[in-house]
Structures are given as C-alpha cells and as structure tokens.
Design a protein around this ligand. Structure first.
Ligand SMILES: [Zn+2]
Length: 278
C-alpha cells in the first residue's frame, strides 16, 4: 500500500514535470516565434518607411514647394521662385503661343553645333553643354542642329516647309496644317523660348524617326533628365503635343521637373495639366 502510494506520488510529480516542460517549450517557442516575427516585421516596416520617405522626398523635390512653404519665404524670394518655375514649365504648343511679353537672354552654344551660329537661353546653356560633353564622353557624337530661334527665323523655316509640302501635292487648304505638324507655326515654337535644342548624331543627320536608333539618341533618351531636359515629343503623343514624334528635340525644364516627368512618363502638356489639378 505504501509502495503504491509512493509510485502514484512519483507519477504525479513526473506528470507535472512533463506538463511544465511542455508549457515551457511552448512558451519558449512562442516567444522565439514572436521575437522573430517582430524583428522581421520591423525590418519590413523600416524598408517600407524608407520607401515612403524616399517617395515623399522625390515628390517634394520634383514638385515645387507647397503653398505653406512658399508663403513662409520672403516675398521677393517667393516671387522669384514662382517666376522661375513658371518659366521652366512654360507651355508653348499649337494652342499656347509664346507670350507676347516673353523675352530671353541667350548665349552662343559654341563648338557642338552644325550649321549657322546657334544660341540657347542662359538659364540652361550650362546644363546643355554638360549634357553634350558627357554624351561625347560616353563615346557618341551629338551635335546641336537647331536651338534658339527668333520669330523671323521661325517664319523662314515655316515658309520653306510650306513650299515643300505644297510641292508634294497637298492642297492650299491642307498644306499649313501638314507643315505645322513638323515645323511649328511661327509664334508657337518652343525654340522661340530659347529652352529647346534639336540634337542629332553626327553619323546620322536626318531629322526622321531613324534618329532614335543612333547611340546619341539612346544615350540622351536615357540620361537627358539628369541635366534637366526632356524628350519633348515622344512616340505616339502627337494627339497631345500637336507635333510629330521627334527623337531629337529636347526641352529644358530643370532637373527636378525633368526627373518627375521622366519617371511619370508623361508629356509636358500632361504634366502641366496634372499640376494644375493638384
Ligand atoms: Zn526642335
């Protein structure tokens, strides 16, 4: 009887021990799992937070200061800031002529040009020449074949285009519209802003779609945004821009906007509309 009781007591002690051990293991595993989950969760959360922060920073960089920040700036600085951004994103197309009071200071582009003396707005001559030099450095042969144009130059270009279109057999009624798709109507060309440049590869000097296959254009299409330039008339956007696909025409909008436009994959028309809708 005594032995039986002793055995039972031991069995109870063992059972309790086993139970405690089991609970202990469960708690241990559970804790370990919790710790691991938490660490993983934290890592993911940190990654996401970094992404969100990066996106916010990019957005802030790309879009000019919000209204509150702008209001906090001294009036003079704020006005200058707004003026600069209005100029950088100034939209000139068949529906938006160059403003009557627009004036621009230009400087010669120097050695990287084909044809007569080319000049470009002082706002972007540095960026343009840096871009051309780096493109050369990368092993390509870019040349500026057209940049700033006065109203008279644009009229002469348009006149010549009109003559060519008429000689192709188009009617007097249709010819101006056809001509205007590749040479902007005088008063509606971005070249008149001094912020645009036509850049070609010296080994392929035709202004046609074949230009996109040259090393120069492939490099420019990938890198121009880094210098503040955008490919202004991308393939398939004629309905929006009013101009044919021009894999040679680059427009300066400044680095922040160029990066944003490049990343969004939109035209200047769409970008300006997006910003107005903000
Ligand atoms: Zn052009």
């Amino acid at each position: 009887m005594q032995l039986k009781e002793k055995n039972t007591t031991w069995m109870i002690v063992l059972a309790l021990f086993a139970l405690l051990l089991g609970v202990g293991i469960q708690i241990g595993l559970g804790l370990e799992r919790d710790v691991r989950t938490t660490a993983q969760g934290r890592a993911i959360a940190a990654e996401l937070a970094a992404e969100v922060r990066q996106a916010a920073e990019d957005r802030e960089q790309a879009l000019y200061l919000d209204k509150a920040a702008l209001a906090a700036l001294p009036a003079e600085k704020a006005a200058a800031y707004e003026d600069l951004h209005l100029e950088l994103l100034l939209l000139v197309n068949p529906w938006n002529p160059v403003p009557a009071d627009y004036s621009v200071e230009v400087v010669p582009v120097g050695e990287w040009q084909i044809g007569e003396d080319q000049s470009i707005a002082t706002l972007c001559d540095d960026a343009l020449l840096r871009m051309i030099a780096d493109c050369q450095e990368a092993g390509y042969r870019p040349y500026i074949c057209s940049s700033y144009r006065t109203q008279a130059m644009q009229e002469a270009l348009f006149y010549n285009k009109l003559v060519r279109v008429l000689s192709m057999g188009y009617s007097w009624d249709d010819a101006p519209d056809i001509a205007a798709q590749s040479v902007a109507l005088p008063g509606t060309s971005e070249h008149q802003l001094g912020l645009a440049a036509d850049i070609i590869d010296s080994e392929y000097t035709y202004l046609d779609e074949g230009q996109e296959r040259t090393g120069t254009q492939r490099w420019l299409m990938e890198n121009s945004w880094r210098y503040g330039f955008i490919l202004r008339y991308p393939n398939g956007t004629t309905d929006i821009t009013g101009i044919i696909y021009e894999p040679w025409h680059y427009r300066y909008v400044g680095e922040r906007f160029a990066k944003d436009i490049y990343e969004k994959g939109v035209t200047l028309e769409e970008y300006v509309a997006l910003r107005r809708g903000r």
